[in-house]
Write a protein that binds this ligand. Structure first.
Ligand SMILES: Cc1ncc(COP(=O)(O)O)c(C=O)c1O
Length: 494
């Protein structure tokens, strides 16, 4: 990792200019039209005046996100240096925007990209918008928890060798559940074969600031990466950063795509929170992240003492398809409990006022981030003890559904073609062998069960019926997935 200049990193150029602007109480004849809260609304009553007062757009002195030449430029340069990147762009629509920018700037229609199938929905959106062709590479799957982990180096190498015409590869560093691949070796091999390496680090922004975390995309030599600083780095929701290393994807294309996708009215609060989070992470990140890794280890040990729960650690993930593991993710497997992770997620919120990141059939996920405190661990441990008393049963045998995880549906049409094809709406029960026009998933985690261009298999239909039965939160085009949108194949051009 490159060493940065700490004297420089102490600066927060955007935050300082922002404060200066607010302190001046400027008379406004610009947008936003509430003119720093000079209207009486319910929002004002709930939050008080400070949010309205701070909500300014791009006034003089505070630079312009589309074409930065002043304090945003400076703040982005500091971010890039802190992460060892050539340059950085602030994103105000999350890593969802970062994934779109990466795919659209690196690939043109019909160019191939290798990727794992367990990507976030925004990556599939990027395939639709760019018109690129995905070649899905099968990741290792933990059959016990049904968690999809990573692609081994051997399988990455095989996929790269089998697809010499691919323009790029796409890596997730780490997955939602914390697994990483041997990213350094994969990047080296992809570059040897002249492929661009794009990385989704939505859940790994802290890797840049901790020596006890897996290595970051920039350290591994990847070309581009998107980081949700808001997820694990302490900035405000939606604020993320795109990092670019070198010029394998030309800067002109990156900036052009950034401006195609970015609002001309970005929130100053989001940008300022990035500037401030970067300084916090540079000066306190290492200590804080090492503290939360220890706290997460402690939490795993305490949870493992409660009947009905098995908190899975780094060694477990490494035995099940991870090269390395982000220990700030606490994945807990349910063991002899008469409820699913989906139900547990709801019970924790409704009965114990605890909001966890995600619940699935056999697992739930707790995120330990820069904000997690020891007291929070006591609260969840006590709640799990009570749940164990009520739901632990010695003789439970879990049904295994494995509908999907070891047989993703076949992709028969380019996602963009399926998206544009003529629409037919059919009942879910009648969708077998039809080509999907839509993406369907449970959220979180937002990993699609089917994407545009894939054929419905019986496994997909059964999985969706199962999600409906257990009342999981399903995102699809039609409420409750009673119906699905498919391609009218009679109207498909041959
Ligand atoms: C793996 C992955 N990539 C990208 C995203 C999108 O990130 P954001 O919420 O910052 O848009 C998510 C969001 O959950 C994600 O899990």
């Amino acid at each position: 990792m490159k060493k940065y200049d700490l004297e420089e990193q102490i600066k927060t150029p955007y935050l300082d200019a922002y404060k200066k602007y607010l302190d001046k109480h400027t008379t406004a004849f610009d947008v936003p039209g509430h003119h720093q809260g000079k209207i009486k609304t319910d929002f004002n009553k709930v939050f008080g005046p400070s949010i309205y007062k701070s909500d300014v757009n791009a006034p003089r002195g505070m630079d312009n996100l589309s074409h930065p030449t002043g304090v945003i430029k400076e703040a982005q340069e500091l971010f890039a240096k802190a992460c060892g990147a050539t340059y950085a762009k602030f994103l105000i629509n999350g890593s969802s925007e970062g994934n779109l920018i990466m795919l659209m700037s690196a690939l043109k229609a019909k160019e191939k990209i290798l990727m794992p199938r367990n990507v976030h929905k925004s990556v599939i959106n990027g395939l639709v918008l760019s018109g690129a062709v995905p070649i899905f590479v099968m990741p290792e799957i933990d059959k016990n928890t049904e968690i999809v982990n990573q692609i081994s180096y051997k399988d990455w190498k095989k996929a790269i060798d089998n697809n010499p015409d691919a323009k790029a590869i796409f890596i997730i560093n780490p997955t939602y559940f914390g697994a990483t691949c041997n990213i350094k070796k994969v990047v080296e091999y992809a570059h040897l074969k002249n492929m661009i390496v794009l990385v989704d680090e939505a859940h790994g922004s802290h890797f840049y600031f901790s020596s006890h975390s897996p290595i970051s995309a920039m350290e591994a030599g990847a070309d581009m990466s998107t980081l949700s600083i808001h997820k694990t780095g302490g900035s405000l929701t939606q604020s993320s950063v795109l990092l670019v290393n070198g010029n394998r994807v030309p800067r002109y294309d990156v900036i052009k795509t950034f401006n195609l996708l970015t609002t001309t009215s970005p929130s100053s609060l989001l940008i300022a929170s990035l500037d401030s989070a970067r300084k916090y992470l540079v000066f306190h990140g290492s200590r804080t992240i090492n503290r939360i890794i220890k706290l997460a280890r402690e939490a795993r040990n305490r949870i493992n003492e409660i009947k009905g729960f098995k908190a899975r650690d780094k060694e477990y993930f490494k035995e099940n398809g991870a090269y390395d593991y982000d220990e700030t993710k606490v994945v807990v497997e349910l063991d002899n409990l008469s409820l699913t992770g989906f139900e547990l997620y709801k019970i924790l919120k409704d009965k114990y006022n605890i909001q966890i990141e995600l619940g699935e059939t056999y697992v739930f996920l707790l995120l330990f981030t820069v904000g997690t405190k020891k007291e929070d661990v006591d609260i969840i441990v006590n709640a799990l003890k009570k749940i164990s008393k009520k739901y632990y049963k010695e003789d439970i045998v879990y049904p295994s559904h494995h509908y999907l995880k070891d047989s993703f549906p076949p992709l028969v049409l380019r996602p963009r073609e399926a998206y544009h094809a003529s629409l037919k709406i059919v009942k879910l029960d009648k969708a077998l062998n039809k080509i999907s026009k839509e993406m369907i998933m449970t959220y979180p985690p937002g990993i699609p069960v089917i994407i545009p261009g894939e054929r419905f298999t019986q496994n997909v239909i059964d999985e969706l019926k199962y999600f409906k039965k257990i009342k999981a939160n399903i995102l699809s085009d039609f409420e409750g997935v009673n119906e699905v949108s498919v391609v009218d194949e009679l109207k498909l051009e041959k």
